[in-house]
Design a protein around this ligand. Structure first.
Ligand SMILES: Cc1cc2nc3c(=O)[nH]c(=O)nc-3n(C[C@H](O)[C@H](O)[C@H](O)COP(=O)(O)OP(=O)(O)OC[C@H]3O[C@@H](n4cnc5c(N)ncnc54)[C@H](O)[C@@H]3O)c2cc1C
Length: 668
């Protein structure tokens, strides 16, 4: 009886444990797992489906490999040509590399500092001749995409074999989302198609929808190229600010996109009319407000590549206007002077934004800069100019403040302003935007969107103190809110952080270091520096800009998307049920480890066993099928070859086969 009771008890325990939800891990396929990783044969077959024979790069190695004497790829000439200047790597050069992001820390795996090594990667130049170039986060396989079909095939392959998939455009992303360990990379940088439309109407729009001027940019078009095309068409486009215009239109737009023209024309998401996207199920769709309203909402601000891989984007164009730039630069010889200067600036801050000015007000080492601009139809008003002049005048009187630049300049257009100030132009003035973070090989960022109340004159002293206390290399506050950005009707019109709709300034902090500095220390520095600003407006009142994310932000969902996150998550789960396009701190990345290799799910043993068995069986079936096809094909080839030789011999009588035949008969 006792035994029966015991057995019953064990059975109940077993059943309840099988049904109870417990934490279990499911992982993406890794190259050392023969049963799920594509064979050489599969890669070759995949390659034939791509647009060019060289589109697939197999066994891709980090950019620095050519500089390592111990690496099979060692090539001193190629190493020389890596374009390393006295200042570091050129932004345009780095953006164009398929096997590197913009900064070394995103190419390497970062371990917590209790490990002996904090980063495992391939520093661009070896420390010693014996150093080893480690693969780090550089994807092992890459597709240099030039057509939609290339993207479709890459998605199909990654989905079939359950491989980690990443998308790199320029690699500017601030937490390295463009790369990943053991991944297949889709490189969209070379998709440079560009079309200007005088009368664009989104597909499926109701009859009578007024056409607007617009530009369709391929996923690899960067702002420099878009500005040039807009200028040539006599129009203007609200795009981002970056050295040599290197920021990509794709990642910028998907992550929201702020511009010096945003207070006049809105954020990137407010100007993107239509997208061509390859979804995680490999279908190609047109995404706009009429055909796919949910996806159109999510893709604008949900962050790349969470809702699909973008082939192109159609962006609204605006009437070209002349542009006025305002520049200021001064150096304080004491902390007291610097604090007074910042307090004075903060008293004017919101009034300057409300008068129509946008731009940046960077500070570092007690130097304060203003690089602002405004379209001409705003500038002629006396109030616009006067508010800045008043600040400049008051700042002049601060004891110990040495003013070096204080002037206004006229430009033919916003594009002309960018051309003259972002591209090593000798006429550039004030803050050197061409070299914004140029020269350092590690970079980490943090950002906080501050509601206008936080930057109001009554908080001037508090804000000034927070700015003056920043330890990181540079503070680059982007004064890009207000005006059209703050349109309350836009608050939930896209997935962009609703905090933008009450923001004037996006406080951005960057810390830089050499490739041998401890990355954990750099990250902690920016994270600590942003804390006082975060405390002024915790989420969802304030928020983090996902395109300038802080890797240590714990409440990243509400910080990046406020109250919109649940809707985003629901759409994401519907569009990408197999978690194909997951990025760090991206939608539905909960449970995944930092490298999106394994996910911890809470599930019952029974459900887990069922899913695992299904996955393993599917993988094994796919493997067996491929192997059988491979083996069968080899045998078919051998038989065909023998038959051909025999027939040829029979016809030409080259070799006397009678002894072989009689031997065969004797054997039988
Ligand atoms: C120097 C500098 C200046 C900047 N200035 C501004 C600015 O003025 N305004 C502003 O808003 N931001 C600015 N940023 C931030 C910028 O918006 C982000 O770095 C953005 O991620 C860049 O996108 P990308 O396509 O160039 O970069 P990537 O790093 O290649 O891509 C960014 C993200 O988008 C994904 N992605 C890329 N291409 C695709 C695609 N075709 N389909 C789907 N997903 C894709 C990537 O996987 C990645 O997750 C700046 C950044 C830097 C470094």
């Amino acid at each position: 009886m006792k035994l029966q009771l015991f057995s019953l008890f064990s059975f109940v325990l077993l059943i309840s444990s099988a049904c109870r939800g417990e934490a279990r891990r499911i992982c993406k396929c890794r190259p050392n797992q023969w049963w799920c990783w594509p064979t050489g044969w599969d890669w070759d077959e995949f390659s034939t489906k791509l647009s060019t024979p060289n589109a697939l790069i197999k066994n891709q190695r980090p950019m620095g490999a050519v500089c390592y004497p111990k690496d099979p790829l060692y090539d001193p000439v190629a190493c020389q040509s890596l374009n390393y200047t006295l200042h570091g790597f050129d932004f345009a050069f780095m953006s164009s590399r398929i096997n590197a992001t913009n900064w070394y820390n995103y190419d390497s795996i970062i371990y917590p500092d209790y490990f002996e090594e904090t980063e495992v990667g391939c520093p661009y130049f070896p420390l010693t001749p014996d150093s080893i170039c480690e693969q780090g986060r550089v994807p092992l396989y890459a597709v240099n995409a030039s057509t939609t079909q290339d993207i479709v095939e890459a998605i199909k392959l990654a989905s079939k074999w359950d491989i980690r998939l990443v998308v790199k455009n320029t690699g500017h992303d601030a937490i390295g989302r463009a790369f990943g360990v053991n991944a297949l990379e889709i490189f969209t940088y070379n998709m440079k198609n560009l079309t200007v439309h005088n009368n664009f109407v989104p597909k499926g729009a109701p009859r009578g929808t007024p056409p607007v001027p617009a530009m369709t940019v391929g996923a690899g078009v960067n702002w420099d190229q878009a500005y040039a095309a807009a200028d040539a068409a006599g129009r203007t486009i609200a795009g981002g600010l970056s050295p040599m215009g290197t920021v990509g239109t794709a990642g910028w737009n998907l992550g929201t996109g702020h511009s010096l023209l945003s207070s006049h024309f809105g954020l990137g998401v407010d100007n993107s009319l239509e997208f061509t996207v390859v979804l995680p199920d490999a279908s190609v769709v047109t995404v706009n407000e009429y055909l796919t309203p949910d996806l159109y909402w999510a893709i604008r601000g949900g962050g790349g590549p969470s809702f699909g891989v973008v082939v192109d984007i159609t962006i609204k164009l605006h009437e070209a206007k002349k542009y006025t730039g305002a520049f200021y630069e001064s150096y304080c010889n004491s902390d007291a002077c610097f604090l007074e200067l910042l307090t004075t600036w903060m008293k004017y801050h919101n009034a300057v934004a409300d008068a129509g000015w946008s731009g940046i007000w960077p500070t570092c080492d007690r130097i304060f800069y203003l690089t602002l601009g405004t379209p001409y139809d705003v500038a002629p008003s006396r109030q616009t100019i006067n508010v800045l002049k008043e600040f400049m005048e008051e700042a002049k009187g601060i004891l110990g403040n040495h003013v070096t630049v204080s002037e206004f300049r006229d430009y033919d257009s916003f594009e002309d302003f960018c051309e003259k100030n972002l591209k090593q132009d000798p006429t550039a003035v004030g803050f050197n935007m061409t070299e914004i973070v140029f020269g350092q090989v590690q970079l980490v960022t943090s950002s906080w969107l501050l509601p206008r109340e936080a930057t109001a004159p009554e908080n001037a002293a508090k804000m000034a103190k927070a700015v003056a206390s920043v330890d990181s290399a540079v503070v680059v506050p982007f004064l890009v809110g207000g005006g059209a950005v703050n349109d309350p009707a836009k608050k939930s019109s896209s997935a962009a952080n609703p905090a933008w709709r009450n923001t004037l300034v996006d406080m951005t902090i960057a810390e830089t270091g050499s490739e041998f500095d401890d990355i954990n220390v750099l990250q902690k520095t920016v994270h600590d520096d942003i804390a006082p600003f975060r405390a002024m407006a915790p989420p969802p009142y304030g928020g983090m800009y996902l395109n300038e994310a802080d890797i240590l932000e714990e409440e990243w969902q509400v910080a990046q998307w406020g109250e919109q996150y649940p809707r985003l998550l629901e759409i994401k789960k519907r569009i990408d049920p197999k978690d194909l396009l997951i990025v760090r701190m991206g939608v539905n990345s909960e449970g995944w480890d930092d490298e999106i290799t394994c996910k911890t799910v809470t599930t019952s043993l029974a459900a887990y066993a069922f899913t695992r068995t299904k996955t393993v069986t599917t993988n094994l079936a796919a493997y067996a099928f491929t192997r059988t096809t491979e083996i069968a094909s080899v045998w078919v080839l051998v038989v065909v070859l023998i038959l051909t030789l025999v027939s040829l011999n029979w016809y030409l009588q080259l070799v006397d086969t009678r002894p072989v035949v009689s031997l065969f008969q004797a054997f039988l």
